[in-house]
Design a binder for this molecule. Structure first.
Ligand code: TXA
Ligand code: MG
Length: 355
């Protein structure tokens, strides 16, 4: 065990408070930091030993590659192969960067020889992201420009959306946590693979397929991440693990609103008779109608982003309160709703009841 130092640095603060954090990263240590999506667990992306430490701290399988975070577009040329055969991928990367960087989009590109295989989980491709969060950008700059960072949770737990979540999982395992308050989006970045033609979405996020198509023309979505894809192997190594898994049993119920509420309530009554602690994820519009022991609101139906922002925190709270059986309403599959449903389906082990 080591001592984990916690500092506070909001986006509006003077970034001088990051001097020590930058030094820790340069010396090969680990610092968790806020981004606009979720908290990341950072190490120097060019240092193989830092990457190995990240895997150890998370308990993450070594074949699950990390994302390299940069703070300037030009730095991509040190991350990505300059090989002539990679030119088209880079042309597409530039178009996407002009539209969405800095921001919640990760691109898969052929890796340059300077990026260690420890960082890419042995792959010849590399995931790159240029985040928009001010604290993250200042930290990456102070660390030398290249920060490898997965989400700062223990492997198999929901990604952290508050510094408190990071400490629950990482206290005593990393050098520092930078508390920047609640993250903005609450779900991990969209991942698009530019090494294939047409480009393919490997993980849905805030930047939707439609938004990518407006820039690139046709874009596909890895069939394994769609709703009815039981049994297909996802192409992003990390998507195959049962992430975001709450301790209790979660079922998603979709269909007509009134039917969903009465179905969930009838199930909850049965479970309570068995002596089990029950939970529900509803919305502002419906939470008053449930009879579960623990009832959580994912925000308003009118506001798609609120469910994204609340979901991981809710799953952690259910664990803390030892809820044994949970039901969640389904969310609209448009916009960021698709990313919310993707994470919810994984948490539920694809257990869905359609009314
Ligand atoms: O929003 C985010 O992306 C956050 C913040 C911290 O930036 N990071 C994050 O990292 O979610 P992580 O490690 O939890 O998820 C990275 C995903 C994994 O599913 C991994 O398998 C995939 O990206 N990935 C990384 N490199 C890849 C590659 N070369 N090819 C395919 N998938 C890759
Ligand atoms: Mg993760």
């Amino acid at each position: 065990m080591m001592e984990t130092k916690v500092i506070t640095c909001m986006e509006t603060d003077d970034m001088d408070c990051l001097a020590e954090a930058g030094e820790i990263l340069k010396k090969g240590g680990l610092v968790a930091f806020p981004t606009e999506t979720v908290y990341g667990l950072g190490g120097d992306a060019m240092n193989p030993s830092s990457s190995r430490k990240i895997y150890a701290a998370k308990g993450r399988p070594a074949d699950n590659p990390l994302i390299v975070h940069i703070c300037r577009w030009e730095d991509i040329y040190q991350v990505v192969s300059g090989n002539i055969s990679c030119r088209q991928a880079l042309v597409n990367a530039k178009k996407l960067a002009d539209a969405f960087w800095p921001g919640p989009l990760t691109m898969i590109l052929p890796k340059s020889p300077t990026i260690p295989y420890e960082t890419t989980g042995g792959l010849d491709t590399v995931a790159v992201r240029f985040p928009s969060h001010k604290t993250a950008l200042a930290l990456i700059d102070r660390a030398g420009g290249f920060v490898a960072a997965p989400s700062a949770n223990t492997s198999g737990k929901p990604s952290p959306t508050l510094a408190k979540h990071v400490l629950e999982d990482m206290n005593g395992r990393i050098d520092m946590v930078i508390d920047g308050g609640a993250v903005g989006i609450g779900l991990e970045s969209t991942i698009v693979d530019l090494t294939v033609e047409p480009p393919e979405i490997l993980r849905p996020g805030f930047v939707t397929c439609k938004m990518l198509e407006e820039v690139l023309g046709s874009v596909e979505t890895d069939a394994a991440i769609l709703e009815d894809a039981k049994g297909l192997a996802p192409k992003a190594p990390g998507m195959k693990y049962r992430h975001y898994a709450p301790k209790g049993e979660l079922t998603i119920v979709s269909g007509n609103r009134d039917k969903v509420i009465s179905y969930i309530n009838s199930k909850i009554k049965e479970e309570k008779l068995q002596g089990r602690k029950t939970g529900v994820i509803g919305t502002v519009e419906s939470v008053g109608k449930y009879c579960a022991d623990v009832i959580k609101s994912a925000g308003s139906r009118e506001d798609e982003l609120s469910a994204a922002k609340r979901l991981y925190g809710i799953l952690r709270e259910f664990d803390e309160e030892n809820v044994e059986v949970m039901y969640s309403e389904a969310f609209a599959e448009s916009g960021i709703g698709q990313a919310v449903m993707n994470r919810l389906l994984k948490a539920a082990g694809h257990h869905v009841v359609k009314l």
